[in-house]
Design a protein around this ligand. Structure first.
Ligand code: NAP
Ligand code: MG
Length: 462
């Protein structure tokens, strides 16, 4: 795999100050496929200075020109889609088809959406005797995870650039090659030097230095709730704006009138996709007591069909973590109906698609984010019980409701404490705001709501 031995700062690839490196491993076969520099606080400082220096020029660039650069970025991503998909597969382990359609397809759509929004958004409005301006918030420190390595980057960088902000990105240590490919695309798209900068490195070193840097105006973080709390505390102490996209434990609520087989099959696919490493995955399936046995059987059959077709999880630590949760589920009395903790292959960080029945709301596997291909099926007595269970975690990122009648599903969804709900299998919408209630986060990404996160308001009175 192609790997740069430098960091993309101020429009060029320059060596890191220190000598530490990160080895990139293919999780499907455990082979080292490349290495990148592990930057530290000194590299972060250089990158933040470059971003600050570029800020006045980029903020003053007409929105139409920023839009043109984003459209060019989308076009480069399209032209390089095959190569980037192979990079995602090599470092994340996702099946190539998933890399092409989702890992690269979604960011292309998102980059395109911000090319349009930058050109059409009202950065200025009249309110009575005032003119109100939406101005860029400044230098953005973006910290991203590995689970959708390109999407998580584009979901931050594209709106930030559309808004007129400049960016320093610290991507996940497990997936730095995708981030390097993205930096190449930004360069090829003609984005001016310093507007986008990349520092590869470890979270507690480079990530923390970025969050703490006084030259950063907004920290936008996606990842675990534990690290998110630290970032929020750092930002709070400095009165910096913060956006957090954290974990989830979303509910897939199947009401009695729904098409049960469809709801279960789509629900299982949702959890198994990307080997369960999706923050918005519907990892709790809620089924009425009368339909419970049938649903469990359908779910077990559906999961078994995935067998070898899902990819590995991202690394050995993550595999052990997921297996630990499966063992905990068994120990706490849940009934295993598909998969289990045993390694399905000798090589690679694989976990079997796993389904638990007889899960009760208080069990660890019904409360904590597992981030692996593990589904819990819970029984409810009536709608009020279903709602209590659905809302009964610290999270609130996403969810699904299935019912015979759309209005009934909508009424239930409106009572869920969560940021996004799919009704009867509703499709992904790259323009719909995405983000969490409760401990799933602060702020929204995507579409016009995602753009607003990178703007601050000034009013002039006449
Ligand atoms: P994580 O540690 O929260 O990683 C997210 C990003 O934050 C990475 O770039 C990481 O760098 C960085 N980071 C780590 N510690 C930091 C610190 N002290 N200061 C600043 N930045 C820091 O998540 P993870 O370890 O990869 O995964 C652990 C769990 O988080 C998963 O099992 C899952 O439950 C959850 N998760 C959620 C999402 C989501 O989309 N909501 C995504 C990924 C993971 P490194 O890569 O160097 O650690
Ligand atoms: Mg980590």
């Amino acid at each position: 795999m192609k790997a740069h031995d430098g960091m993309y700062i101020d429009g060029t690839w320059r060596p890191a100050v220190g000598r530490d490196v990160i080895e990139v491993v293919n999780p499907a076969d455990e082979q080292v496929i490349g290495q990148v520099p592990a930057g530290d606080a000194r590299d972060v400082d250089t990158a933040v200075r470059a971003a600050r220096a570029a800020l006045p020029g980029w903020a003053a660039t007409p929105p139409a020109e920023r839009a043109a650069r984003l459209a060019a970025l989308r076009d480069v991503l399209v032209a390089r889609a095959g190569e980037i998909a192979e990079t995602v597969t090599a470092e994340l382990g996702s099946p190539l088809k998933l890399s092409q359609t989702v890992h690269v397809g979604a960011p292309i759509a998102v980059a395109g959406s911000y090319a349009e929004l930058a050109a059409t958004y009202a950065f200025e409005e009249r309110i009575g005797n005032s003119t109100v301006y939406q101005e860029p918030i400044g230098v953005v420190g973006a910290i991203t995870p590995w689970n959708y390595p390109l999407h998580q980057i584009v979901a931050k960088v594209a709106p930030a650039l559309a808004a007129g902000c400049t960016v320093v990105l610290k991507p996940a240590e497990d997936t730095p090659l995708t981030a390097q490919a993205f930096a190449e695309a930004v360069h090829e798209a003609g984005v001016p030097a310093g507007v986008f900068n990349l520092v590869t490195g470890l979270g507690p070193v480079a990530g923390q230095a970025l969050a703490e840097h006084p030259g950063v105006d907004l920290v936008s973080f996606t990842g675990s709730t534990a690290v998110g709390k630290k970032i929020a505390a750092i930002a709070g102490a400095a009165v910096k704006k913060v956006a957090l996209e954290l974990g989830g434990k979303s509910a897939n609520v199947i009401l009695p009138g729904a098409d049960l087989a469809k709801a279960v099959n789509v629900g299982v696919a949702n959890v198994m996709s990307n080997s369960g490493q999706t923050c918005s995955a519907w990892t709790r399936m809620l089924v009425h007591r009368d339909q419970y046995d049938e649903a469990v059987e359908l779910a077990a059959t559906a999961a078994a069909k995935y067998g070898d077709r899902i990819g590995p999880v991202v690394n050995a630590k993550q595999r052990e973590r997921v297996r630990g949760y499966i063992e905990k589920g068994i120990a706490e009395g849940a009934r295993l109906v598909a998969g289990g903790p045993e390694a399905p292959r000798e090589r690679g960080y694989f976990v079997s698609p796993t389904v638990f029945a007889d899960v009760t709301p208080g069990m660890t596997i019904a409360q904590e984010e597992i981030f692996g291909p593990v589904l819990s099926v819970l029984a409810y007595e009536d709608e009020e019980d279903a709602l209590r269970i659905a809302n009964g975690t610290v999270y609130g990122l996403a969810g699904a409701v299935w019912a015979g009648d759309e209005a009934e599903a909508v009424a239930f969804a409106r009572r869920m404490e969560t940021g996004q709900v799919d009704i009867n299998g509703g499709r992904f919408n790259p323009l719909a705001p995405f983000g969490g209630y409760k401990q799933s986060g602060v702020g929204r990404e995507l579409g016009v709501h995602g753009l607003a996160e990178y703007l601050q308001t000034k009013s002039l009175q006449f």
